[in-house]
Structure formats: C-alpha cells, structure tokens
Design a protein around this ligand. Sequence first.
Ligand code: LLP
Length: 442
Amino acid sequence: MNTRDTLKINGAGHLEIGGMDCVALREKFGTPLYVFDEDYIRKMMRVYRDTIAREYGDGLVLYASKAFSCTAIYAIAAEEGIGVDVVSGGELYTAMRAGFPANKICMHGNNKLPSEIAYALECGVGLIAVDGASEADLIEEEAAQRGTVQDVLLRINPGVEAHTHAYIQTAKPDSKFGFSVAEGAAEEMVKRILAKKHLRLKGFHCHIGSQIFERKSFCLAARKCVGFMSEIRQKYGLEADILNLGGGFGIWYSEGDAQAAPETYADYLRALISSLKEECAAHGLKLPRLMIEPGRSIVGEAGITLYTVGEIKEIPGVRKYVAIDGGMFDNPRYCLYQAKYTALLANRAAEPPCERVALAGKCCESGDLIGTDFNLPKAERGDLVAVFSTGAYNYSMASNYNRNLIPPAVLVKDGGAEYIVKPQSFEDLVRNDVVPDRLRRK
Ligand code: LLP
C-alpha cells in the first residue's frame, strides 16, 4: 500500500481514506463502492499545474477525463483552473453539465462522429485534435456553416514505442492513432488543414501510451515533435503555438511499480520541459504553449474500491478463491490487460498477510477476477476488501454485465463522504428496455 496522510491504517486497525474509516463507509454506503480521495485529486492537479507555471510558463494541464468521468470531477478540474480532454459526445456533455469552460476543452477521438463534431462546435470547445483525414473536412464544413474558424491541433505519431502493455501503446508504427511523421502522412495533413478557411492549425498533439514510467520515452517524443515542428516551419512558414504531449505517466499498482508521491510527478514534467526547451533552442523555435493530458496519475491512486467477501473456495494444491460482491463489471482491467493490483482487508488492516489468494468476481465467467496474487490475512465471509489504485479506468470502463449494478462512487474529504455517482437500481437496468406489443404478456 502506498500510504499517505489521507490513506492509512487508523488506530482501530481499519483502513482510512480522506479521514473516513472504510468500515464506516461500508455501513453508510454499502459495497461494492468506489471511493475517491478529493485531496489527492486536487494535489495531483496542482502539482502539474504549478510545475508548468513555475518551470515553463505558458501552458495548460488537461485532465484526461476518460480515466474517470462524472459531473463532479469536471467541477473539481474547473475549480483548480485546469482544462480537460474529452473523447466523446458523452464526456463533452458531462463536462458542459458541470459548467466547465468550453474554451479549456480539447476534443479527441480517432473517429469523431459528425454529430460529435457538430456538438463540439456548438459548445465552442477550445481545441479539436484532428485524428482523421476526412475529419478535417467534416470540421471545416461544420465551421463554415456556422461562420466560425475552429482552432485545431493535428495528432501526429512520432514513432516512439513506449514500454507498456501493447493495448495501451499508441505511437508505434502500427496504430490507429495519429498521422505518422516518418511516413509523411503528418506533413500531408498539415497541407490539407492549411488549405482550409475555417480551420486554424494551432499546433500538434501526440500521446505515446499509458502507464509509462520511462522518462526518456516522453522526452524522446517531445524532441521528435519539435523536430517535426521545425520542419513544418521551414517548409510552410507555420510556427506552432501549441504542443500537446498527451498523458501516460505511470502509477503504483503493485510490488513491481515505483511508489511515487504526488510531488514526484513534477520530475516527469521537469525532464520533459528541459528536453522541450533544449530542442526548441537547437532549432531556433519559440517555446510553444505546453499542454499535457494526465488522466491515470490524477485519479488512479486517489481511488480505492471496497468489496465484501462472500464465498471462499479452496482447491487444495491449486488455488484459493475469495469471492467478492464486485468483479469485471466494476473493474475489467485484469481481464483486459492482466493488470495487477494490491488489496488488503480494510476491517483487519493491521493484520499481517498469511496467504496468497485470487480475488474472484461474481460474474459468470472464469476470467472474472480482480487478480490472482493477493496477499491477505485469512479472509472470512463478511470481511471488507479494499483494492488500491482503482480510481482510473475502473468506473469509466464499468458495465452492467450479467445485469449487475455499476457501483456508486463517493468523494471523501476531511472525514466526510458524499455521493458523486449515486447507486443504480434494478429499475435503471430496464429503463430503456422496450417490449414490442406482440411480445407483451397478456
Ligand atoms: N491523452 C490521450 C490522447 C489519450 O489517449 C490518453 C489515454 C490520455 C491522454 C491519458 O493517459 P493517462 O495519463 O491516463 O495514462 N483503459 C486503459 C488506458 C487507456 C488509455 C487511453 N488513452 C487502462 O485501463 O489501462
């Protein structure tokens, strides 16, 4: 466990987050339950925001809201004065519902729907990151109809293979994202955008992948982008105003990962900033406005998930399964990426672990596990399990598989807890179901 002021074991031997005893959280809200530590989220937003302001100057942090999107998180981002990245009409709608300033929104997506583009322009989003040849035409058309000029970035693929799971690498040569610099596709797109009257090419975007610890990959990407910017200036006289270097900073999940305090993330930025400054100086380029898009590192370690232990099954010589009241419907990351997590028994948090168990979900599927290697005290029915680092890409990837209810989320701060996502009900599950007349039971 990566302990901190707001995540620790208290005097009662219980896990405590944001000043709330997890046993009390269960009493009040039940399980499964996503719990988010507001102080940690704000701290991370500030570390990025302040490091850019102090060490670079002109820049904007865009919280990558795909990591965890609900109305309250946009409200927090707005209060902290940062921007957000959205990737769908739904995320944009949620941000707008929170009253988020549209000029601080960057719209992403590798296949933005015409309706999403229209909605983005209607909202007046600050930037759209163009990630498709025909998308530029669609935005042009929509902007022309509205008699406006839309600021855009071009998503380029600088060809940096970052060290992470293949599914979350995004800038390798075989990728659905971005226009390849090496193959000339990026330059072709620059020409195409420059020819459009209703698009203003403000600069470039790249994102090399997610859950990356190697600083050199980020630095290399920054250098390659600057190299491309310099080439574009030489050939087309366009000096980019903005360079958006995406997100991807890794967080602690389990033994193998570095345990970092929020301040440590300033180091990633410092390394990035110094590569960027050096490379711009080498090419005689003005420093662009720097944007970054961290998602996981802002909310990931802020979140834990609480579950109640149910069935326990031991297969002698094989494995012990401890089943919980959640599973792949609230956290599909083991199924998708063989992701590793750490857990403890939150009601017996001070007890030393004595056995290695698999945490099994309740879905009708063998692969429905949170993981296979959890060191826990001997768990019993009714114990309270806390899984750490579940704030990112858990709720946002949750589903109603097996018609399980997506758990609610609470925000904890200074010993208080409030819903930010209310519990679903069975009624919610059938809300959009329709039974054609001929199938109605008389
Ligand atoms: N910007 C862009 C354009 C992105 O595609 C992403 C993540 C981010 C920023 C934020 O990256 P972060 O700081 O969160 O690493 N579902 C996967 C992760 C997919 C990441 C997709 N893009 C997982 O659970 O690991």
